[in-house]
Design a protein around this ligand. Structure first.
Ligand SMILES: CC(C)(COP(=O)(O)OP(=O)(O)OC[C@H]1O[C@@H](n2cnc3c(N)ncnc32)[C@H](O)[C@@H]1OP(=O)(O)O)[C@@H](O)C(=O)NCCC(=O)NCCS
Length: 186
């Protein structure tokens, strides 16, 4: 039996929503949580289209709100599967806000959602390979692959640092930081 493979374009999805006044925070701008919720939806739609099974969100990387979103703007979340592992998928999301009066579009953030495909027993299951048809597809796949390696190395380093912390080491590391080391090691 041939293994399934799907092109990036098969699962590319855009969700567009008008920002209504009830989405605003105390400063009159759109709540970051509203935008995150929409991003999670587009990530789910992309991952599930590619995988053909139910997918869950495992981690979200690099959420930076580069520009505020105003009430009345039309927000579009463009999602695309950038990378697939065995059961995981990285969905890249570009968020744009359109001012419907001036027709000006601003890029408000780009983020990466890692999703995992699950089978009917809720266990991680293998997803189809990703067919890379364009230079952009290849570039994004390699970037996500490198990011996965960097994250794994960083986790190892953090775990190591946490298990080896002592007062002398902490004092050296924190000497130029804006904190007061009041911990007294027993
Ligand atoms: C995600 C989950 C299935 C991982 O379970 P697990 O027993 O650790 O499974 P595995 O070790 O086989 O990992 C499965 C995949 O997830 C990836 N993964 C696990 N933890 C991860 C993390 N913190 N960040 C990125 N990827 C992660 C693994 O690298 C692996 O990818 P691969 O198959 O492509 O190599 C499990 O932690 C889970 O169900 N979490 C809750 C998800 C959820 O409820 N989300 C919110 C609502 S949608």
């Amino acid at each position: 039996m041939t293994e399934t493979a799907r092109p990036v374009r098969h699962s590319q999805t855009t969700i567009t929503e008008l920002m209504v006044p009830s989405y605003a925070n105390f400063g009159g701008k759109i709540h970051g949580g509203i935008l995150l919720s929409l991003m999670d939806k587009v990530a789910y739609a992309c991952a599930t289209k590619h995988a053909g099974t139910y997918c869950v969100t495992v981690s979200v990387d690099k959420v930076e709100f580069l520009a505020p979103v105003d009430v009345g703007e039309l927000v579009s979340m463009h999602g695309s599967v950038n990378y697939v592992g065995r059961s995981s998928l990285v969905v890249g999301i570009r968020v744009e806000a359109l001012n419907v009066r001036t027709n000006v579009v601003k890029h408000t953030n780009s983020s990466f959602f890692t999703m995992v495909a699950k089978d009917e027993n809720e266990k991680p299951t293998t997803v189809p390979r990703l067919i890379l048809e364009t230079k952009e597809d290849v570039k994004r796949f390699i970037e996500a692959m490198n990011m996965r390696k960097v994250k794994a190395a960083m986790k190892e380093q953090m775990d190591d640092a946490r298990s080896h912390i002592d007062i002398a080491h902490a004092a050296t590391l924190l000497k130029d930081e804006r904190c007061v080391l009041a911990w007294k090691q027993e």
